[in-house]
Structures are given as structure tokens and as C-alpha cells.
Design a protein around this ligand. Structure first.
Ligand SMILES: Cc1cc2nc3c(=O)[nH]c(=O)nc-3n(C[C@H](O)[C@H](O)[C@H](O)COP(=O)(O)OP(=O)(O)OC[C@H]3O[C@@H](n4cnc5c(N)ncnc54)[C@H](O)[C@@H]3O)c2cc1C
Length: 435
């Protein structure tokens, strides 16, 4: 029975532990935090269809509700874009009960959990041997690294495997998340409860203000790709208050700045006896930083690959990476192209794009779910008519969409087998679109 050690009880790591334990692997999960404090004490959005796709039942109704639709707010524009979805595609779900449920399933299947235990990677002569736990080493056939975007383990993987150690500049969101008391008696229009601010106040990032009537508090996120100092945070909070009178200044919970990857997935996420999953492998939608669904997909793929190949060599684990890129990662590459453009474009051009109707509600809806823009010829002609006064902006958008499509095509052409030269060529091609 192969011995698997999972570092970090992130959603992907726990799901992988569950599936592998079900399939007879000897699995132990090590998590730095206590069981009661693991993950976050708030709710986030997750695609509903992921549960059926990975073979889980729908989570209990007590931990989820239907996601309300986004209204996008663009700098300087009086026009707000409400994204009408006929059927809500996402749940808003409580993070801790969701993870506790998965931990329960994994435990029932035989996985063991060690909380309040911080681990490092045990490496000897360019080989990953297991985990360094407290003052001793624990040997394993495979280490699954689910320790998040700033994984220390990823940095310790021997250089021969060429795994990128750290994300680059602008590839991580510094995100403040806080829940504030509502100001009494302030009505929020039904189609303005979930506001997302693109390039908020002209900066490189997004913010949101969610005043869902089902919540006692107002949910605030302020994310910046170029870091978030106290002064900027206060200015942005103040501007949200001005725009959303329902938002008080009384913080109820949250209130810290977290880091979320907002880039395409790692182009090398495997080594002999090591594999990265979730934020440790940058598996989030680059535009929004949502990564729960992708982590569950990745865990399901990883367990299927391990069961099928019964090997933890980099060649066997590469099949996991290939399947992840084909199912999820290639779309993220395309969205990343758009995100890079958006972060660097002139906010005035974005305002014009919205005011002129060149980009409509439905275009933003696609991005919110992690899909690339798709336009028909008819739609392009209609947009061209609306956008004739600023043709350069329209051409830039068309160029970005084309680049995004090409990036996806290259990402899908990931080498099917682990061949050092072929992988290097593939990576170089992909990086041309994404650096
Ligand atoms: C403010 C915010 C809002 C978000 N909103 C959404 C959303 O709406 N939808 C969505 O899908 N995603 C959202 N995300 C992203 C989502 O949380 C992650 O993409 C997803 O949970 C996968 O992360 P992870 O489990 O891989 O990493 P993490 O959540 O970072 O978990 C890593 C775990 O590893 C543990 N750990 C770290 N180092 C060690 C170590 N050395 N030893 C042992 N344990 C260790 C940590 O304690 C932690 O429990 C949001 C994230 C943030 C911060």
C-alpha cells in the first residue's frame, strides 16, 4: 500500500486524501492550524456542478445558498452592468463547514489527520523522501503539497525538476476580507446587492461589496495585484462606504489581508514523489482568484491517475498535469491573458467600453465563471459599429481575445508524456503569451 503524506488541509488536499484512502492508499494529512481554525470563517462562491463532476453529493443545505448575480462597476462610469443569469451557476458556501464535511468523509475512508503540525519537505540528494515533521522525518512514497500560494515545500523541491518556486510580480492578489455591520434602514436595490468594482479607483485590482439580504453583515473584499498598504486600504474602504451607504465602519469578523494566486497554473507541478495541488500550483481563475472548484477537479484527477498508474514517478504524475490543463488549466491561461491586459489598460478606455456598450453584461458573465470571452462574427460587427469612435481600443480588445484563444490552444498542446525537451519547448511557447 503506497504511503501518501498530504501537507496542508486545503480543499484539494483533503479531497485527494479522501479519494486515495477510499482506494487503499495509506494517507496522512498534516495541517498547521487546529481543526477548529482551519480555512476561513466566511462564505465564498463555488460552481454548483463541480460536486457532481467529482462524484460528491451536493453539500448540505445548511452550509450553502444560491449565489446572487454580480453587478460590475467600472471606474468613472455611471453605468453598472448587472449580469443576469437565468439559473445561478454558483453556490455561496460556508468555507469551514464545507471543509469539515470533507475531512469527515476522508476520515471515514481511513485517512489520518494531524492538526497543529507544520511540516517541511524532506529532500536528500535531489530526491523527495517525505516530510519533515517537528524534529523527525516521515518517509513517504508521495507528498501532495497543498500548502497554498506561498508554499515553502514547493521552494524546497530539487531544482532538477524546474518547478517555479515563487509567483512573479502581479501574479498574487493581496486581498483584504472583512465583514462589517450594516447601517440600519438602508435599502439596497435587488440587482445591486453584489457589486464588483473593476480597477477600483483606477488601481490594479478589484473590490467587492456584497450586501445580500440573507446576511447580517456586509461582505467586503479589496484585492490589489500590486500590494495593499494600510493607506490604500483605508482610501478604498472609504470609497466603498461612499458608494454603498449600507456599509458601516464596524468590523465584525475577518479584517486581515490574505494572498491569492491570480495567474495561470504552474507549468511544472510534479516531481518524483511530489505533486502540487490547489493554490500551491496556482489553480485559481486568474481574474477573480476563485480556486475551490479547480482544486476539487484536480484532486479527482490526481486520485484517478494514481489509481490507474500505481506509480509516483514524475512520468506517471505528469498525466495528472496533462489532464488538469486539458480540463481546466487551458481556460485559465486564456483568462490570464485578458487579466494581464485589464490590469495594465487605461481605466478611461474601460469606462468608454462600458458606456458605449461595446462590452455587455453577458461578456462579463463569462469572465466571472472563468471562461474565456466567446464572440460570434455578428457580435463583433455589432461591437465594431458601437466602437468606431475609439477604434484603437476595439482593436486592442480584439487582439487580446485572439491572444487569449492562442494561449489556450498552446496550453492544450501540452506534451502527452514527460519529455524534458518537449516540456521546455511547450513552456517557452506558453510563456510568450503570459509573461
Ligand atoms: C479572501 C479570499 C476570497 C476567496 N474567494 C474565493 C471564492 O469566492 N471562490 C473560490 O473558489 N475561491 C476563493 N478563494 C480562493 C480559495 O480559498 C483557494 O483557491 C482554495 O481554497 C484552494 O486553496 P488551497 O487549499 O490550495 O490553499 P490554502 O487555502 O492557502 O490552504 C493551505 C493550507 O495549508 C496549511 N499550511 C500552510 N503551510 C503549511 C505547512 N508548512 N505545514 C502544514 N500546513 C500548512 C494552511 O494552514 C492552510 O490550511 C478566496 C481566497 C481568499 C483568501
Amino acid at each position: 500500500m503506497a504511503k501518501v503524506l498530504v501537507a496542508g488541509a486545503g480543499i484539494g488536499g483533503v479531497m485527494a486524501a479522501y479519494r486515495l484512502a477510499q482506494n487503499g492508499f495509506d494517507v496522512t494529512v498534516y495541517e498547521a492550524k487546529s481543526y477548529d481554525k482551519v480555512t476561513y470563517d466566511w462564505h465564498d462562491d463555488i460552481a454548483k456542478d463541480v460536486f457532481a463532476r467529482v462524484g460528491l453529493p451536493q453539500p448540505d443545505e445548511s452550509m450553502r445558498r444560491e449565489k446572487r448575480n454580480w453587478t460590475f462597476v467600472v471606474p468613472g462610469s455611471p453605468k453598472h452592468l448587472f449580469v443576469p443569469l437565468e439559473v445561478a451557476t454558483d453556490y455561496t458556501i460556508m468555507r469551514r463547514p464545507l471543509l469539515h464535511w470533507l475531512i469527515g468523509l476522508a476520515r471515514e475512508a481511513g485517512a489520518k489527520f494531524e492538526f497543529e503540525t507544520t511540516v517541511g519537505l524532506w529532500v536528500k540528494e535531489d530526491k523527495v523522501l517525505g516530510l519533515a515533521v517537528d524534529d523527525h522525518n516521515v518517509k513517504a512514497d508521495l507528498v501532495i503539497d497543498c500548502t497554498g500560494v506561498d508554499s515553502r515545500l514547493r521552494e524546497m523541491v530539487p531544482e532538477v525538476y524546474k518547478i517555479q518556486q515563487k509567483p512573479d510580480q502581479y501574479e498574487v492578489f493581496s486581498a483584504f476580507r472583512g465583514f462589517f455591520e450594516r447601517n440600519e434602514g438602508v435599502e439596497v436595490p435587488d440587482h445591486e446587492t453584489n457589486r464588483a468594482y473593476l480597477l477600483h479607483q483606477g488601481g490594479k485590482g478589484i473590490s467587492w461589496c456584497i450586501a445580500d439580504p440573507a446576511d447580517k453583515e456586509v461582505d467586503i473584499l479589496i484585492g490589489r495585484a500590486d500590494g495593499l498598504d494600510d493607506n490604500t486600504l483605508n482610501v478604498l474602504l472609504e470609497s466603498l462606504r461612499e458608494d454603498n451607504p449600507v456599509l458601516s465602519d464596524k468590523l465584525v469578523s475577518g479584517g486581515k489581508v490574505c494572498r491569492i494566486p491570480i495567474r495561470y497554473p504552474l507549468t511544472r507541478m510534479v516531481a518524483d514523489g511530489y505533486v502540487a495541488i490547489g493554490d500551491a500550483a496556482f489553480m485559481t481563475i486568474p481574474m477573480l482568484g476563485s480556486g475551490m472548484a479547480a482544486s476539487l477537479d484536480a484532486a479527482q484527477i490526481l486520485s484517478e491517475v494514481l489509481v490507474q498508474h500505481q506509480s509516483v514517478s514524475k512520468e506517471a504524475l505528469w498525466h495528472y498535469q496533462v489532464r488538469f490543463f486539458k480540463q481546466v488549466g487551458a481556460d485559465f491561461c486564456s483568462v490570464d491573458v485578458l487579466k494581464r491586459w485589464l490590469l495594465n489598460c487605461n481605466p478611461d478606455d474601460i469606462r468608454w467600453v462600458v458606456d458605449s456598450g461595446v462590452l455587455a453584461e453577458s461578456d462579463f458573465g463569462a469572465v466571472a465563471t472563468g471562461e474565456p470571452f466567446k464572440l460570434t462574427v455578428k457580435q463583433i460587427i455589432q461591437k465594431a459599429c458601437k466602437g468606431i469612435s475609439r477604434l484603437h481600443v476595439l482593436l486592442a480588445i480584439a487582439g487580446v481575445m485572439k491572444k487569449g484563444e492562442k494561449a489556450k490552444k498552446v496550453a492544450l498542446a501540452i506534451p502527452e508524456v514527460y519529455d524534458e525537451e518537449a516540456i521546455s519547448r511547450w513552456e517557452a511557447k506558453l510563456h510568450k503569451f503570459l509573461k
